[in-house]
Structure formats: C-alpha cells, structure tokens
Design a protein around this ligand. Structure first.
Ligand code: HEM
Length: 287
C-alpha cells in the first residue's frame, strides 16, 4: 500500500486544462495518490526522468491497464529483452535513414495533395482540414494500411485514444474503441491477404519479415495508429496556431533565424501532445 499523500483532481477541470492542477501538484504534492484515477501521479520532470528507467520497479508491463485490455500488449507495454526484440523489428520502418530516404518524399507529396485540395476554398480549419489528413495520409503509408481512408484512420486513432483514457469507465467510449480496433484488424487482414513486397518498408511488412507473430504485428500497428495520428496532428495544428499568434517567431522562421525543429521542440515542451506515461509499480520502492 502506498504512503503517498492523497490529492483529488477535478476530472472535468483537468480535462479542460490540466496545467493549473499539475502546477499545484508539483509545488505541493509532487508524488500523490489520486483516488479518482486509482493511481499515483508523479508530476515533476526530474522524478519522471529518473524513475521511468527503473523498470523492475516502474514496469511498462500492465496487464490490467486500459491499453493492454483494449488493444492487446504492444511493445510499449513490454520491458527489457521482450521490448528490444520488437523495437529492433520495427527499426527499419522508423529509423532516421528510412524517414529521410523513403518517407520524406512520400509525406511531402501527400501534404502537397492535401494543400491542393484545400486551395480552391480559400480558407481551412487547420486541425480538421489540414493536420488530420496530413498525419493520416503519412500514417497510411508508414503502417502499410493504404487500404484505409484518411477519415477512417483519424476515427480509429481517436477512438483508441479515447478508450485508453477512459478512466471513468464510460461504456459507449469502450464500445467505440472496440469498433475501432475491429476496423483496424479487418484492414490488416485484407492487407495481409495480398503479397507483401520485399522493398516494402511499412510496419506491416517489416514486422512480417522479422518473423513477429500475427498478434504482435497487429497490436504494434494499433500502437502506431494510436500514437502516430493524435500526437503529430495536435502538434502540427498547435504549432501553426502558436506561430500565427506570435509574429516574432513567424518572422524568425521566415528569415531562417529559427528552424522548425526548434519550434517543434519548444511547442511539445510547452503543450505536450502526451500528458501521461503510465507505469505499474511492480515492487516496493524506497526513495
Ligand atoms: C509529436 C509526435 C509524437 C509524440 C509527442 C510522441 C510521443 C511518444 C512518447 C512520449 C512515447 C513513450 C510513451 C511511454 O513510454 O509511455 C512514444 C512511444 C511510441 N511512439 Fe510516439 N510520439 C509521436 C509520434 C509518433 C509517430 C508518428 C509514431 C508512429 C507512426 C509513433 C509511434 C510510437 C511507438 C511505436 C512508441 C513505442 C516505442 C517503444 O516502446 O519503444 N509516435 N511516443
């Protein structure tokens, strides 16, 4: 039983804007048990940085966690050797070299297409009309699920994220999440029913070539979809919004005094697309 101090959060308030609560917790109860979540929250960056590496205590293996229950045990929910095997298997899809040599040109092309589609209307919603299709088209190529529409990619990603954050147990959210994982499975089955090209660098192809099981292949594709749409979508839309709010940054970007990587890093520090990284406390830890 944890002896961490108890701190209750207001879920609605937290969902709307988590930063004031997190700021308060960092100053008053940096490590606290939160009854509504039935979890201990560690809110200081340096504590997280240190503790997340002690995986025999703060384990990624969470059989009772929502991600494992709803999507299956993906690589992110494994530690040590089991994690390394799958990480190595997907490396040739996500390595910086593959991104530079294979994906960059494809992503630029599909982004150009999205912009061309938007041009006639003269105005656009940055999130729905731009960031969503840009990320979903990239994810279709990267996963190998080119048989899915970008709208379906966004729907299934959001549905899984909602399901995995459904700490209050809303049955409708859970049912929708199950519908989304079924849709992904159907698309993967259809994709696997056709031959996989030996030059194919998609997640489906590289995992199949590496000899991962059907279950491992499917669950890691679901992981990539849940993480590969929401986070870049929110980061891209948020960065555009932030840059347009701040003429100095826009000017520095245009003048080449700032590069987009710096803007990306500062934005994701400031408004992180991922607010929490769960671990299971596997054994007693004394600080
Ligand atoms: C702004 C964009 C992104 C952010 C901020 C982000 C953030 C993160 C974070 C914080 C983790 C670790 C979570 C944990 O250990 O609990 C993670 C893991 C992961 N992400 Fe992302 N991510 C982004 C984009 C993507 C994309 C585009 C993909 C793939 C298409 C992706 C696939 C993965 C995978 C497969 C893992 C698990 C890695 C492992 O277990 O070794 N992510 N991401």
């Amino acid at each position: 039983m944890s002896n961490a101090p108890i701190y209750e959060i207001d879920v609605a308030e937290f969902r709307n804007d988590p930063y004031p609560t997190l700021q308060y917790m960092r100053s008053h109860t940096p490590i606290a048990y939160v009854p509504t979540l039935d979890a201990i929250l560690i809110t200081k960056r340096n504590d997280i940085f240190k503790l997340e590496k002690i995986t025999n205590v703060f384990s990624s293996v969470q059989p009772d966690g929502l991600i494992t229950k709803l999507m299956g045990q993906n690589m992110m929910r494994k530690d040590g050797h089991a994690h390394q095997i799958e990480r190595k298997a997907i490396f040739s899809t996500v390595s910086p070299k593959t991104v530079r040599d294979i994906w960059e040109a494809k992503f630029k092309e599909s982004t150009k297409q999205v912009l061309n589609n938007l041009a006639p209307s003269g105005c656009a919603d940055i999130t729905k009309d731009f960031a969503m299709p840009v990320c979903a088209e990239a994810l279709k190529a990267l996963t190998g699920l080119t048989n899915m529409s970008w709208q379906e990619m966004d729907r299934v990603s959001q549905g899984m994220i909602d399901g995995c954050a459904n700490y209050t147990g809303d049955l409708q959210v859970e049912a929708n999440c199950n519908d989304c994982t079924s849709s992904i499975d159907a698309h993967i089955s259809e994709r696997l029913s056709r031959a996989v090209d030996s030059n194919d660098n998609s997640l489906i192809a590289v995992q199949k070539r590496a000899g991962l099981s059907d279950a491992q292949l499917r669950v890691n594709v679901k992981l990539a979809i849940s993480g590969g749409q929401n986070e870049p979508r929110d980061a891209i839309a948020g960065i555009i919004w932030a840059v347009l709010q701040n003429s100095n940054i826009l000017r520095d970007l245009k003048a080449g005094n700032l590069i987009y990587l710096q803007v990306f890093e500062e934005f994701t520090r400031w408004i992180s697309p991922i607010g929490m990284s769960p671990r299971r406390v596997a054994k007693r830890y004394v600080h």
